[in-house]
Design a protein around this ligand. Structure first.
Ligand code: NDP
Length: 249
């Protein structure tokens, strides 16, 4: 079981229905947090919420597309209604629409920026108002190694993730006054459906650059998020923690 360091705290994890987000929601729940998970697919979300309830904490699943302002605001409003506070926001929802730059369609640029960057902005703005009143909070943005290194075929995704790092640092500066700490976690190659979609050749080429020589798990990202959400991270803000097995140093 471990300690219950997050007992009484309320965490929102966007895209908490599978992959890294699901592992994050699980870690926070194991530490005793009440968790709110969001996603677009209702059935998948319900299954994840049910599993999380098995950990003995209150769980709320909210079907919401983070790229839509009404959805993002409703997600925060429903969390407040049910739990009366928000202590942790994990901006994890993300998508890819890969193509080489010269072939990239406008709509694929807009879609990826809309979810991965605008979505995080909309959620941060909505949650910040609640956290400012509380005079405390943690916001953790799931960026990517691609935001720091770039990645061929991911101009939209890399730009969104680099933008997310800029958003992280600005939010950290603006919100520090209210005791709100904002950090990013930048995963490398992690074993989820998103990574499974990478073409075999590209995957192999990436893996060859990973010092630890293996793909990471959602759990290994979640452990770092758990740290940033917890009482051991009170003097950490505006940082990017890389969780990539040494792919980028
Ligand atoms: P998955 O594709 O496995 O899961 C994505 C999650 O986000 C799902 O729960 C999905 O649910 C949800 N989601 C997608 N779009 C939206 C949306 N518009 N609104 C709300 N929820 C949404 O991805 P990963 O777990 O691999 O990735 C999670 C995060 O980690 C992303 O931000 C990704 O960029 C980042 N990352 C992943 C890496 C990897 O190697 N896997 C590496 C570096 C970063 P639904 O489809 O039902 O909406």
């Amino acid at each position: 079981m471990g300690g219950k360091g997050l007992e009484g705290r309320v965490a929102i994890v966007t895209g908490g229905s599978r992959g890294i987000g699901r592992a994050v929601a699980q870690s926070l729940a194991e530490d005793g947090a009440s968790v709110v998970v969001s996603g677009r697919d209702a059935a998948r979300l319900a299954a994840a919420a049910k599993e999380l309830e098995g950990l003995g904490v209150p769980v709320l699943g909210v079907v919401a597309d983070v790229a839509r302002r009404e959805d993002a605001e409703r997600l925060v409003a429903e969390t407040k209604e049910r739990f009366a506070r928000v202590d942790v926001l994990v901006n994890n929802a993300g998508i890819t629409r890969d193509a080489l730059l010269v072939r990239m369609k406008d709509e694929d640029w807009d879609l990826v920026l809309g979810v991965n960057l605008r979505g995080a902005f909309l959620m941060t703005r909505a949650v910040a108002k609640v956290m400012m009143r509380q005079k405390s909070g943690r916001i953790i943005n799931i960026a990517s190694v691609a935001g720091a290194m770039g990645n061929a075929g991911q101009a939209n995704y890399s730009a969104a993730k680099a933008g997310l790092i800029g958003l992280t640092k600005t939010a950290a500066r603006e919100l520090a006054h209210w005791g709100i700490l904002v950090n990013a976690v930048a995963p490398g190659l992690i074993d989820t459906e998103m990574a499974a979609a990478i073409p075999e050749e590209a995957r192999k080429a990436l893996l060859a650059q990973v010092a630890l020589g293996r793909i990471g798990s959602g759990r290994e990202v979640a452990e770092v998020v758990r740290f940033l959400a917890g009482d051991g991270a009170t003097y950490v803000t505006g940082q990017v923690l890389h969780v990539n097995g040494g792919l980028y140093m």
